[in-house]
Write a protein that binds this ligand. Structure first.
Ligand code: SF4
Length: 343
């Protein structure tokens, strides 16, 4: 039994209550936005009490410890059971679109050299409820969950509970999120990529490349020794062939490290000649966000060089965009999340 929604079904069944009670409860949470069992007056008192005894009164098992806001970005630091902290970022766009960047692990054990989250090490995987409650919190507070990306703390495909969380997020009685509005971002965890292709082919996939050169990529991202770049590229080719969906290649631009013309040529070389569907690769260039926790030596590439990199890729026929940068001023940008109140 992975999620609180499974447990609710079990409680209903143990008490020999009719099945429709489950729909009454999920309607109360997801349509009426009721955040406490004791407010579900539609339920018999004994069922309400049993739910509270088993699960606690609050539907959400994580609580906000600190919130920061800038123009279009909000960052919430949540306390999770065990006294740890995780972070979730909300981006608001004009016309009411709201996008959420959620965490899948507390800390991260992969140790990418430029990443603030990686400096913490892995504390633990988040449970299904801890992953989905980051969104439930916003839903209960009246927000619209337009799109969700797993780009917060941790490597989502290293957490086996991720797939149960995706079931909860896409369940029509629960969050009912369209698969096309969910993005998984990975550093190349091969078993997880294979499973995603198989079980959730419509979910968007982003691969963090950051260097086209094996030796350098291994230095920047030690996971490259475990799951080598060429093997990951084959898995991504397979994903595109099987799903017909775009794969996004994330490339954080690091001053003087991976932003040269030779790097751009090599990225183009990596993505050309892969097959008739190679146009479904899309490169996103991401300006780097330094933090107080980033190891020295990693700085942001200037805009002229980012444009030069983009132009080289474009001249080779590669689809490429420069990702807009939000939230770096409140420590909510890519690679800036590390669960600390001070940043
Ligand atoms: S970039 Fe992702 S996988 Fe690498 S250390 Fe940071 S959170 Fe972990």
């Amino acid at each position: 039994m992975k999620s609180k929604y499974d447990k609710i079904q079990q409680i209903i069944s143990n008490m020999k209550q009719p099945d429709y009670r489950y729909l009454q409860i999920t309607n109360a949470i997801f349509r009426v936005r009721t955040g406490e069992f004791k407010s579900m007056s539609i339920l018999p008192v004994k069922l309400r009490n049993a739910l509270i005894d088993e699960l606690g009164n609050s539907i959400c098992c994580i609580s906000p410890a600190l919130q920061k806001k800038s123009d279009q970005v909000g960052k919430v630091l949540f306390s999770i059971p065990g006294g740890e902290r995780i972070e979730t970022v909300r981006l608001s766009y004009k016309r009411g679109w709201e996008s959420f960047c959620i965490s899948s692990q507390c800390g991260c054990g992969f140790g990418c050299r430029f990443c603030a989250t990686g400096t913490i090490g892995l504390k633990r995987n988040l449970t299904v409820d801890e992953i989905t409650d980051q969104l439930l919190y916003f839903h209960l507070n009246g927000h619209t969950l337009s799109s969700v990306s797993f780009m917060g703390m941790g490597e989502p495909l290293a957490n086996p509970d991720l797939f149960d969380a995706l079931k909860v997020l896409t369940d029509n009685n629960l969050f009912a999120l369209s698969r096309r509005r969910i993005t998984i971002s990975t550093i190349g965890a091969l078993p997880g990529i294979y499973r995603l292709t198989q079980d959730f082919p419509k979910i968007n996939l982003t691969f963090s490349l950051h260097s086209p050169f094996n030796e350098q990529r291994s230095k920047l991202m030690p996971v490259n020794d475990l799951f080598p770049l060429q093997e990951v590229m084959k898995a991504l080719d397979n994903h595109i062939r099987r799903t017909g969906r775009k794969v996004y290649i994330a490339y954080i631009m690091l001053q003087g490290i991976n932003d040269s013309a030779a790097h751009a040529e090599a990225v183009a070389g990596l993505l050309r000649g892969r097959g008739e569907w190679e146009h479904l690769y899309q490169v996103d260039l991401i300006p780097f966000n330094p933090t107080g926790k980033t190891p020295p030596g990693y700085r942001q590439t200037d805009r002229t060089k980012i444009n030069r990199f983009k132009n080289i890729l474009r001249s080779k026929g590669i689809n490429v965009t420069i990702r807009m940068q939000f939230g770096s001023e409140i420590g909510a940008g890519c690679g800036q999340l590390y669960g600390c109140q001070g940043d």
